[in-house]
Design a protein around this ligand. Structure first.
Ligand code: NAD
Ligand code: MG
Length: 397
């Protein structure tokens, strides 16, 4: 196992699972830094338990509270978004787990990639908004990208030994991403229109943060994952399929030229892909229960329904559209999900806002998607557009 780990987004669902996996090793790696957004109490509690060298809070206003909460521990404190990028790219670590939610993770993740680290990526939104930039930076610096998202980690495990992300895989015809179908898998569009945030975040198989839980309910998560897979595995989106598999036991598959399908299976527990990425190429214990095939019983596979889940259609259209479209799709989705969670937008308004924002962006001159400032500018434009649409109350229940 590597030494000196930074966990970006340590207080989140993935971050806490990673800390559990690390603490359970017979020789846990040194912890360089734990970061969080504003949750001082939880960050302080994790820092006291896991003893990183530095604890970083992204919101500068929370710096004094974190200093007070960790006084006497000898743990260094830093605050602000720049401090996140500093620890991610700094010399104190060789491994960075990118587990912030949303576009906020882009700059710290890029800092780690530019510094040539092993970067374990759970935070899919930066790959959706700027995958070309992230992967080009990894090629230039020699950073090794390891996928943590369960589907992408499954595919990574099914690819030939020695495979490195960013290269087209040998002998592979297609990639198949499995999707649980989320809490509304069998709901009609009319039923979904009135779905509440509490219903949307109640995922049948996985325990996750609120944003990705809503993305699973709209199935935008799978759309984002097609774009994520496109960049991680240098594979055209038309060679990436989605299959609904309600049991979440087969985590994804690789279809080889000779007709072989390789799948990775296991309990739906993020500690498994986290342990795989942390230890790669070694196999570490994860603490997760081993799947019992007899108790798992039968496995179902169904086509994904882009009629009932329009976000699937929008994500596909974005990949096939201009280079700028995935950036717009991601930003509009983040704004719409936030509005839904805070009761300002109906569930079916999420797709409507994203569609309107993509249409609005179609009238913009195409930006240079290889340029980070252009991507950040476009992200800001799409957020403002989507916010204005929502404020117009056109889509509120
Ligand atoms: P979460 O909401 O539980 O945690 C998010 C973390 O990011 C927290 O530590 C929070 O403090 C931090 N954060 C949030 N906003 C921030 C900001 N503006 N600046 C700095 N830090 C900020 O999220 P999660 O469920 O752990 O998901 C994290 C990422 O991993 C997401 O991109 C998600 O799509 C991906 N992912 C999660 C799972 C899962 O099982 N939870 C599975 C696959 C992929
Ligand atoms: Mg996933």
């Amino acid at each position: 196992m590597s030494r000196g780990v930074v966990i970006l987004g340590a207080t989140g669902s993935v971050g806490r699972s990673a800390l559990e996996v690390m603490a359970a090793q017979s020789e846990p790696p040194a912890l360089e830094a734990l970061t969080a957004y504003r949750d001082v109490e939880r960050l302080a509690q994790l820092a006291r338990a896991h003893r990183p060298r530095v604890a970083v809070i992204a919101d500068p206003a929370c710096g004094p509270a974190l200093t007070a909460a960790l006084s006497g521990t000898g743990i260094e404190i830093a605050a602000g978004m720049d401090a996140l990028a500093d620890v991610a790219g700094g010399t104190g670590s060789d491994t960075v787990l990118s587990a912030i939610v949303g576009a906020a993770g882009l700059l710290p993740t890029l800092a780690a990639v530019h510094a040539g680290k092993r970067v374990l990526i759970a935070n899919k939104e930066p790959l959706v908004m700027a995958g070309g930039i992230v992967m080009a930076a990894a090629r230039a610096s020699g950073a090794e990208i390891l996928p943590v998202d369960s589907e992408h980690n499954a595919i990574f495990q099914c690819l030939p030994t020695g495979y490195r992300c960013g290269q087209p895989p040998e002998g592979v015809e297609r990639l198949i991403l499995t999707a649980s179908g989320g809490p509304f898998r069998s709901w009609s569009r009319a039923e979904m229109a009135a779905a509440t945030p509490a219903q949307a975040v109640a995922h049948p198989n996985w325990e996750m943060g609120a944003k990705i839980s809503v993305d699973s309910a709209t199935m935008m998560n799978k759309g984002l994952e097609v774009i994520e897979a496109h960049w991680l595995f240098a594979t055209a989106a038309e060679h990436i399929d989605i299959v609904v598999h309600p049991q979440s036991i087969v985590h994804s598959l690789v279809v080889y030229r000779d007709g072989s399908l390789l799948a990775q299976m296991g309990a739906p527990d993020m500690r498994i892909p986290i342990a795989n990425a942390l230890g790669h190429p070694e196999r570490l214990p994860s603490g997760a229960a081993t799947l019992d095939l007899i108790r798992a019983g039968s496995l179902q596979f169904e086509p994904a329904d882009a009629e009932r889940f329009p976000c699937l259609r929008l994500a596909r259209a974005a990949i096939d559209g201009t280079d700028a479209a995935p950036t717009v799709l991601n930003a509009a989705n983040e704004v719409a999900v936030e509005a839904f969670l805070s009761g300002r937008l109906a569930f079916d308004g999420i797709a409507a806002v994203i569609e309107a924002t993509l249409e609005g962006a179609g009238r913009l001159a195409v930006r240079d998607s290889a340029n980070l400032d252009a991507v950040i500018g476009l992200d800001g434009w799409a957020r403002a557009f989507a916010t204005e649409r929502i404020a117009g109350a056109k889509y509120t229940a």
